[in-house]
Design a protein around this ligand. Structure first.
Ligand code: ZN
Length: 485
């Protein structure tokens, strides 16, 4: 008979149980002090040790050497028979495979018979939520008043499907998934006992693939052992056996995403398509890998979350799209968008819009106003120094912006302030707020008139053309400590 590794390495005593230390401790205490309930309900994901612990309880109750104990001897007849799975007073019912009708009927008929070799008959009913209604009702009657010599251990992956009347008659323990550390330890132990070495990446891959089920992890290890010829289990063969995307490929894709290299990304997707790697699975593996990398600090948390979020968002939205390569392109595009660049572009656009508005208002806004200007250009030329002094009192930067500017003319109630060609930057600053308004106010106060101000570049009326390298003005701004507003 073929004995699977899981059965071979099933915990023989409570010390060998992986994880669930609190539950194990509570049950051990109950055995030690012989304060057992009539019925237990073990809930939790598949393969996390519910029935293994149930069998250990049967052993602890029926050990011939140590009495009712949390430390069964594992050598007496009862212990050995329980380990071998042929102990008459341990009755295991798998409700998932036959829904238990006959067994529950038999159970009802035989339940009053004393145990044949042990202290108590232990009934383990696995996947108890699968029982038919009739079987459930029969069980319920039995649970109401079980004989002293009977212990029930019900196990289920779906406690929500169990009648509250059943649950209320049981002591309930909720099992969690096994963590990586405990799984790793057990896998390493089994591998070494079997004479195999296994690399760290394979251990992680097995665990990730198991969904936290110890049974699945161990059976994967068994498949790997069968498929390994030289007694060294390495990630390359693990990936093949598990049918998962090679980690190297995933890391390569993460690199492409980090560099926002779209053409490499397209080529990459083409490549995995040609290698008949399932694209949807690839992205799910990528999400898992990102999760690992977040936890190890190999990728920034926000980047990792962005990858995971994008993958599941797009896979969800395009669930019915049959061309998965297209879906891959969508994910690639979303992951390689340069957000920073987009923000800068938006800022630039906003700036331009504001600039335009200001230029427009500089020209038109105040033309609506009724104005009377009595001041002449010569008068303004004479009071220019005073104007600058007053302006600098409001804002020191005016000294820099207006250092090369001069009053040129008055036309249609506009004072024309002209800038030399190399001062377009300074002029643009004067056109923009708050400088425009402040200086206008200063001019009106000093000249005691309702004059308006227009700025012009020498020999050019094209104000919108801004020279980027207006070094002189920029240097002056630097000189004033970079005060811009
Ligand atoms: Zn024993």
């Amino acid at each position: 008979m073929h004995i699977t590794l899981y059965r071979k390495y099933r915990p023989k005593d409570f010390e060998e149980i992986a994880g669930e230390q609190e539950i194990v401790q509570t049950l051990k205490n109950a055995l030690k002090s012989n304060r057992l309930a009539h019925a237990y309900l073990f809930t939790g994901p598949r393969g996390v040790g519910k029935t293994s612990i149930a069998r250990l309880m049967a052993k602890g109750i029926n050990c011939l050497t140590n009495g009712i104990t949390d430390n069964p001897c594992n050598v007496c007849e009862n212990c050995l028979e329980i380990s071998a799975g042929n102990f008459l007073d341990l009755i295991e019912i798998d409700a998932a495979s036959n829904r238990g009708i006959d067994e529950i009927r038999q159970l009802k008929e035989k339940i009053n018979y004393r145990p044949s070799k042990g202290r108590k008959k232990v009934y383990i009913i696995d996947e108890v939520h699968m029982l038919t209604k009739e079987a459930f009702n029969a069980l319920l009657k039995t649970l109401e008043e079980p004989p002293e010599h009977v212990l029930f251990i019900l196990a289920t992956t779906e406690p929500d499907k169990i009648l509250p009347t059943i649950i209320s008659r049981c002591q309930r323990y909720d099992f969690k998934v096994i963590n990586y550390k405990d799984t790793r330890e057990k896998l390493l132990y089994i591998a070494s006992q079997e004479g195999y070495s296994i690399d760290e990446e394979s251990l992680v891959a097995i665990y990730e693939n198991s969904g936290g089920s110890m049974r699945d992890s161990v059976s994967t290890l068994e498949r790997l052992i069968i498929n390994t010829e030289n007694k060294n289990i390495v990630i390359e063969s693990t990936e093949k056996v598990l049918g998962i995307t090679p980690i190297k490929k995933i890391d390569k894709f993460i690199e492409i995403v980090e560099k926002s290299n779209q053409s490499d990304g397209v080529e990459f997707l083409e490549d995995i398509w040609k290698n008949s790697i399932d694209i949807e699975l690839f992205f799910k593996d990528l999400a898992k890998r990102s999760k690992e990398k977040i936890l190890t600090g190999d990728i920034k948390v926000n980047r990792g979350l962005k990858i995971i979020d994008t993958i599941y968002d797009v896979l969800g939205k395009f669930h019915f799209e049959e061309d998965k390569k297209l879906v891959g392109y969508v994910i690639l595009n979303r992951l390689t968008e340069k957000e920073e660049v987009r923000e800068v572009i938006i800022e630039k656009v906003v700036e331009k819009v504001i600039e335009k508005k200001q230029v427009v208002s500089n020209n038109n806004e105040e033309e609506i106003e009724e104005v009377e200007v009595s001041v002449t250009i010569d008068e303004i030329k004479n009071m220019w120094e005073k104007l600058l002094t007053e302006a600098k009192k409001k804002k020191l930067t005016f000294g820099a912006f207006l250092v090369k500017a001069y009053p040129k003319d008055i036309k249609d109630n506009f004072l024309i302030v002209e800038f030399p060609k190399d001062s377009s930057f300074a002029m643009e600053m004067m056109v923009s707020e708050p400088y425009r308004s402040i200086f206008l106010e200063v001019v009106r106060n000093v000249t005691n008139s309702k004059i308006k101000v227009k700025y012009e570049l020498q020999e050019s009326r094209n104000r919108e053309k801004v020279s980027e390298d207006d070094d002189f003005s920029k240097k002056i701004i630097d000189f004033f400590g970079g005060e811009i507003i």
